[in-house]
Design a protein around this ligand. Structure first.
Ligand code: GAL
Length: 572
């Protein structure tokens, strides 16, 4: 918990060898509790308005500003010719008003000249069509050319800003997501990835069970990325394609991070802003990033929340669970985007309930985030995001209701800072005894999606059920993966942990023998890591742990609920 006395709850693709990561705590003064900032796109507005806008950002109490995210065409108007002068002016105004700057690498929006010269940089979909210039997030992380070219820009940016003390830290790309890409580079890189994973084609044939339906390969070059919509495509192959695709995101981010670190010597932090898409696998995979941040939108008309007006508030676990997923990764995390009001991209775009923005801010704070950034300062008056709220409205000056809630939160935070007491380190009574881990591995989620056995199965819904129950006990929860230290937790829930190996089972046995309380749920331990059933009695690896054996499995239809009888007692 935060220490406050008021208790509230080829460019050369280099590795990190050049400079090591700094102790993260040095970037964030604990006495500040949290910093609050906002996105501003100088390139969207007349330069004559920049100072007026930035002065307003300062006046509202924000302490940092977020720049550059999609500005590649302005940073590199023609090939190899870089222009940072305009951004320098924006950085200097921020500095004049005492605002720290988060600088972004605008990888999601390559300039049109690059796309037209090299259409091979575009993501190709399964149906053979490609994405194109005119939107964003259309370039392929599996295109070697795109990687090389993007890294040239990152190099130029890092050369320019990597030693600039006005820059607090870096955000790479925007909401990187696992794209299932059919670009030629994807086929090529998939083969290399498989070779690294399996070593020999025989091993691959075994892991993919290619004797089934005559799918045997004799050479790596025969392998293409699999069709997701093929007629009963090999599910082991699909799983590998999905894991590969998330590795592609991670390795590209790592290449960018290592490059920037060469220049900044670890003096500015480096992160990216992930959507908490827990099933996609790229989250927490990048090893070079200093820490991770997430983006969260709570009200977008599709999420009904709780009660008649719940749709104006959003589901509570959307923030809580993201806090508990991101914080344990590096012990430090931030929230890069939180909506200041209505969005434009939902099916229906309602106003959040009055007070909702402030509530979300406090929920993020309770998760111990080091900073919270809102998207965005000015409501756009053109472009794809028309109707998206800002901290100020379309006139550029009138503070919105959301903006006022930010102002209020910042003022309240200032009061709380006065109560900061570094000597106060103990948690409330009973807190430690409730410390719980949820063990999560996205490969299980993907593996189960391929063999659901019932349309009623929803992996993330199943996990949320346990998460919400834990929160009702006021349990502090960390969502961890297998690299975590199990012994830190009195309780560990491993929901639907379908794919495992005997080493994990041995670790669990050890955990339990040392007093840990392990909760296993439906679908546990059915499969090995390649998502194949064990050549053993069904689910046999966990028999010792559960003190039982599994004779058979069964599935009910939704309209026929039934009971299980155990020791003479019926359970619905
Ligand atoms: C986010 C995205 C931002 C902006 C925002 C609008 O998902 O990262 O760039 O588009 O949505 O709500």
């Amino acid at each position: 918990m935060k220490k406050i006395s008021l208790f509230l709850t080829a460019i050369i693709i280099c590795t990190g060898a050049f400079s090591s990561k700094k102790d993260l705590k040095e970037f964030f003064d604990p006495a500040r509790l949290a910093e609050v900032g906002v996105y501003y796109y100088p390139e969207h507005w007349e330069e004559s308005q920049w100072e007026r806008d930035i002065a307003k950002i300062k006046e509202l109490g924000f302490t940092f500003i977020h720049y550059g995210e999609f500005a590649w065409a302005m940073f590199e108007p023609t090939e190899g010719v870089y222009d940072f002068a305009w951004m320098d002016r924006a950085v200097e105004i921020a500095n004049k008003y005492g605002l720290k700057v988060i600088m972004c690498t605008p990888i999601a929006t390559p300039p049109v000249w690059l796309t037209r010269e090299h259409p091979d940089i575009l993501i190709k979909r399964e149906d053979g069509t490609t994405w194109d210039h005119g939107a964003r997030q259309h370039p392929s992380s599996s295109s070697d050319y795109f990687r090389e070219y993007a890294l040239k820009l990152v190099d130029a940016m890092a050369r320019h800003y990597g030693r600039d003390s006005r820059i607090w830290g870096w955000q790479l790309d925007n909401e990187p997501r696992t794209a299932l890409d059919y670009n030629e580079g994807s086929h090529k890189r998939f083969r290399v990835w498989l070779k690294n994973k399996y070593g020999t084609i025989e091993n691959l044939n075994k892991a993919w069970s290619t004797a089934f339906w005559s799918q045997v390969y004799s050479d790596w070059d025969q392998i293409n990325v699999p069709q997701m919509n093929g007629l009963f495509t090999n599910n082991h192959m699909i799983l590998d394609f999905q894991i590969f695709s998330s590795d592609e995101i991670a390795s590209f981010l790592d290449e960018q991070t290592a490059l920037i670190r060469r220049y900044n010597g670890g003096e500015q932090w480096i992160t990216t802003n992930y959507i908490p898409a827990y099933e996609e696998g790229h989250l927490r995979k990048s090893k070079e990033l200093d820490f991770h941040t997430y983006t969260r939108y709570m009200v977008y008309g599709e999420n009904f929340g709780i009660g008649r007006k719940g749709y104006r508030l959003g589901h509570v676990e959307r923030i809580a669970m993201a806090n508990d997923f991101f914080r344990p990764i590096d012990g430090v995390y931030g929230v890069m985007e939180l909506q200041p009001g209505q969005v434009n991209w939902g099916q229906i775009n309602p106003q959040p309930l009055s007070g909702a923005m402030r509530l979300w801010l406090w929920h993020v704070f309770a998760g111990e985030a080091e900073f919270i950034c809102t998207y965005r300062f000015r409501q756009p008056i053109y472009g794809t995001e028309l109707y998206h709220y800002g901290i100020v409205g379309p006139d550029g000056v009138t503070v919105t209701n959301g903006g006022e809630e930010y102002r209020q939160f910042i003022e309240e935070l200032e009061l709380l800072r006065k109560k900061y007491n570094p000597a106060k380190t103990e948690n409330p009574e009973g807190y430690e005894g409730r410390r719980t881990a949820i063990l999560y591995n996205y490969e299980n989620t993907l593996g189960m999606e391929h063999n659901k056995q019932t349309t009623e199965w929803n992996t993330l819904g199943h996990i949320e059920k346990y998460y919400n129950a834990l929160k009702k006990f006021n349990a502090p929860v960390d969502i961890i993966d297998e690299s975590g230290d199990f012994s830190k937790y009195k309780v560990m829930v491993a929901p639907a942990y379908q794919q495992l190996d005997r080493d994990l089972v041995a670790r669990w046995e050890d955990y339990v023998q040392n007093g840990g309380n392990l909760v296993l749920t439906a679908r546990s331990g059915h499969k090995n890591r390649n998502a194949q059933l064990w050549e053993a009695p069904f689910g046999e690896p966990i028999y010792k742990l559960i003190g039982a054996k599994i004779d058979f499995y069964d599935l009910l239809l939704p309209h026929t609920p039934d009971n299980v009888v155990m020791d003479g007692k019926k359970y619905p």
